[in-house]
Ligand binder design. Structure first.
Ligand SMILES: O=C[C@H](O)[C@@H](O)CC(=O)C(=O)O
Ligand SMILES: [Zn+2]
Length: 276
């Protein structure tokens, strides 16, 4: 898998567009019949996409992780952004419909991704972070996730945040994962912006038309940059960075975090007059 090292915020003050994209944008996760993964040194998060076709796909990369099996020292969160499919964790089958989530515990020796029959192709987006304890492998469908309403139509940021893996939901060691759906013509996410110095975050944008682009804002609050993002691309957000975006059309996104503090509300809002 591709490896990305962590970057200091002082470096990115000098980055051009290509350097910014090479370091923080993940351009292609989904490829038919493949599992694509990227290892980020930001809290050692693995970002991946599994797109099974005729045969099952297995989660593995012993060469990179240097462990006997993938989840020997890690936990995993999966959200299906395609048609129906199945994940098998050590022989136990979990059917995942669109926007359903599965947490897979540390110690699980084999994880397989299987495409559902008929309908749209299953597309499993996943994140894996380090884990210190064996918890319970748990499925959570979108209907059972905790919805949090934020924003307003007036500010073009009316959205519902579905929290799946977090302190009051599916339990994990440090991984937090959920999904944000924008309502009507709302196009802004996470504005007012925030940072959380104790956690990194990964954004995965999806449900976008081919020509739609999201302008994702990153950087220290007083030194912002942007990335132009298209459907099914992801952004790595270091703990010093804001993460916010506006779309030229409809989009949804999956956010995931890893790091020290496990409290969703451990975030500092950035006053508007600090943004540059
Ligand atoms: O730390 C939390 C994450 O950035 C997301 O939950 C934010 C988000 O989905 C939003 O405001 O739209
Ligand atoms: Zn955040």
């Amino acid at each position: 898998m591709e490896i990305r090292h962590a970057r200091h915020y002082e470096e990115i003050e000098r980055f051009n567009t290509t350097e910014l994209r090479e370091n923080f944008l993940i351009e292609s996760l989904f490829e038919d019949g493949k599992v694509n993964m990227l290892y980020s040194h930001e809290d050692r998060m693995v970002v991946g996409g599994a797109c099974p076709t005729d045969s099952p796909l297995v989660l593995e990369d012993a060469d990179t992780l240097k462990t006997e099996y993938f989840l020997e020292r890690r936990e995993l969160g999966i959200i299906n952004v395609g048609g129906r499919g199945t994940v098998i964790a050590d022989g136990k089958e979990f059917e995942l419909d669109t926007k359903d989530c599965l947490y897979v515990a540390k110690g699980t020796k084999e994880v397989q991704f299987i495409n559902g029959e008929g309908g749209n192709q299953a597309r499993f987006y996943f994140l894996s972070s380090l884990a210190h304890a064996v918890l319970e492998t748990t499925k959570l469908s979108i209907e059972d996730a905790t919805p949090v309403q934020l924003g307003s139509e007036e500010e073009s940021n009316k959205r519902t945040i579905y929290q799946y893996i977090h302190a009051d939901g599916v339990q994990s060691c440090q991984l937090m994962m959920g999904m944000t759906l924008l309502e009507g013509n709302s196009r802004w996410n996470t504005m007012p912006a925030h940072i959380h110095d104790r956690r990194m975050e990964v954004y995965f944008y999806f449900d976008m038309e081919e020509q739609t682009r999201t302008f994702h804002f990153m950087g220290k609050p007083d030194e912002t940059r942007h990335l132009v993002v298209k459907n099914e691309q992801a952004v790595i957000s270091p703990s010093w960075s804001i993460h916010s975006g506006i779309g030229t059309g409809r989009y949804s996104f999956i956010w995931g975090m890893a790091g020290e503090n496990y409290t969703f509300t451990d975030m500092e809002f950035v006053p508007m007059d600090q943004l540059r």
